[in-house]
Design a binder for this molecule. Structure first.
Ligand code: FAD
Length: 420
């Protein structure tokens, strides 16, 4: 049995810890916050119609979330259909352009991209699209909102998943997404140490890894770093690296996003309306009780977040969202809940996206161990980058690698003992 340190109790760290615990390893999870889940963060919002669970972070369970669905059923949790599609958004500030126009242009872009193997940026692809510049901008907005980075930086491959245009269904965890990390952390019990911030991780020359937190030091046989990209890039947390890893990290972009929640007077129909100009979208969706009387909004891309100046003028986004959604009854005195992820030092942004040049081989290098230090996190996942599913898959892969390494080490020491 090995002693394994897991850094971060988001979905990546918790998935790794659960798999290691199931394999009988001794684990300790260090989490700086006082709760598990990281960027999965459900809270209750008061509305004139009662209290409802909203998602301040990750919301939609999307197509292909096989690992997340497996974990949900392992912990006795279920999904609820949102009653609308994450992928389909009506442009609310572009008269004359419909959702169908965007879907059609999105499909054309994908067809065009398949001939060039999606090697360039999304912007390079948009530049090749014939047709109405306003429609192309609506498509650009859709890409920038969902990837949370600029179309001129992100790979055109993002159109395949996170910025897809196909009207597929989407779900949420019944009772709130936070229920999954809560259940996982609950199963792990007291090995999860909250309020303990990691400051440094160091391979020890004769084997093992030294972890320094603000509470002291510990030595492990192996460590899984499941911290967000921005924290990994932060010089205040000293982590081992090598040339290949640094080069691979160079192709990973940090996305920025914010969310807004506004209580509604009456129960609305489900809806999804995007502001092309403001680079945000708004929606109303169902939970297990029916359509929730809350307007949800998500703004994505660094330039949109900077332009909106949310920390100084949060009321401006509220006013704009009210105007965009004049179809809804938002009480005049409604208290708005704004969450700006870039301002959270334990996240440093929303989620990652890949730039052109992030090949499958390069992305695999992000998970390659440096000594006895292993890596997990949504940023390192080739297919589900930026998403809950990516975080879970990366965590489980890291745990698998650690288990394999421990088995190899134990076989080697057995054969050395036999020789001796
Ligand atoms: P995290 O959840 O960030 O976990 C890392 C943990 O490390 C955190 O708990 C953090 O507190 C901790 N930590 C940080 N620094 C330290 C330190 N120095 N010491 C100790 N602990 C530390 N995904 C979807 O699938 N669907 C969506 O609809 C969706 N929408 C999103 C909307 C927003 C606004 C945001 C922000 C994210 C969204 N995501 C969505 C992405 C999803 O939240 C992430 O991909 C996923 O939760 C990341 O998990 P993780 O474990 O890699 O990182």
């Amino acid at each position: 049995m090995g002693r394994i340190g897991v850094l971060g109790a988001g979905l990546a760290g918790l998935s790794a810890a659960i798999k290691l615990a199931e394999a009988g390893e001794h684990i300790t999870v260090f989490e700086a916050r006082d709760r598990p889940g990281g960027r999965v963060w459900s809270e209750t919002l008061e509305t004139p119609n009662g209290c409802y669970v909203i998602e301040r972070g990750a919301e939609f369970v999307l197509d292909g979330y096989i690992s997340m669905r497996r974990l949900l059923s392992q912990f006795g949790l279920s999904l609820v259909d949102t009653g609308m599609s994450y992928y389909v958004r009506e442009p609310g500030d572009m008269p004359g352009i419909t959702c169908d126009d965007i879907i059609r242009t999105g499909r054309e872009a994908l067809k065009l991209a398949s001939s060039s193997d999606l090697q360039g940026t999304a912007e390079a692809l948009l530049a090749e699209l014939p047709g109405d510049p306003e429609l192309v901008d609506a498509l650009r907005a859709r890409i920038e909102i969902s990837t949370a980075v600029s179309a001129s930086e992100v790979t055109a491959k993002s159109l395949h998943h996170i910025a897809s245009f196909e009207p597929k269904p989407s779900w949420r965890v019944a009772g709130g997404n936070q229920r999954l990390p809560d259940a996982m952390a609950g199963a792990l019990g007291s090995v999860v140490r909250y309020g303990e911030t990691v400051r440094a991780v160091e391979n020890i020359s004769d084997g093992g890894v030294l972890v320094t937190t603000d509470a002291g030091t510990s030595v492990f046989d192996a460590v899984i770093v499941a911290l967000p990209l921005a924290v990994i890039r932060d010089p205040h947390v000293a982590l081992p690296t090598n040339e290949a890893r640094s080069a691979a990290l160079g192709h990973v972009l940090q996305g920025h996003a914010a969310k807004l929640h506004l209580p509604l007077e009456t129960q609305p129909p489900t809806s999804a309306v995007m502001s092309v100009e403001g680079r945000y979208w708004t929606w109303t969706a169902t939970d297990e009780s029916g359509v929730v009387p809350v307007l949800n909004a998500f703004m994505g891309s660094p330039s949109a977040i900077t332009r909106a100046n949310l920390s100084q003028y949060p009321a401006e986004w509220v006013a704009k969202a009210r105007a965009l959604r004049a179809d809804l009854t938002i009480p005049q005195d409604a208290s708005a809940l704004t969450t700006v992820w870039s301002e959270d030092p334990l996240a440093g942004g929303a989620y990652a996206a890949h730039a052109p040049g992030a090949t499958a081989v390069g992305t695999a290098l992000l998970e390659k161990p440096v000594g006895d230090v292993f890596w997990a996190g949504e940023y390192s996942e080739p297919e589900f980058v930026g998403l809950m599913e990516g975080a879970i898959r990366s965590g489980e892969r890291a745990a698998g690698r650690v288990i394999q390494r421990l088995q190899t080490n134990s076989r080697n020491s057995d054969s050395e003992r036999t020789k001796a």
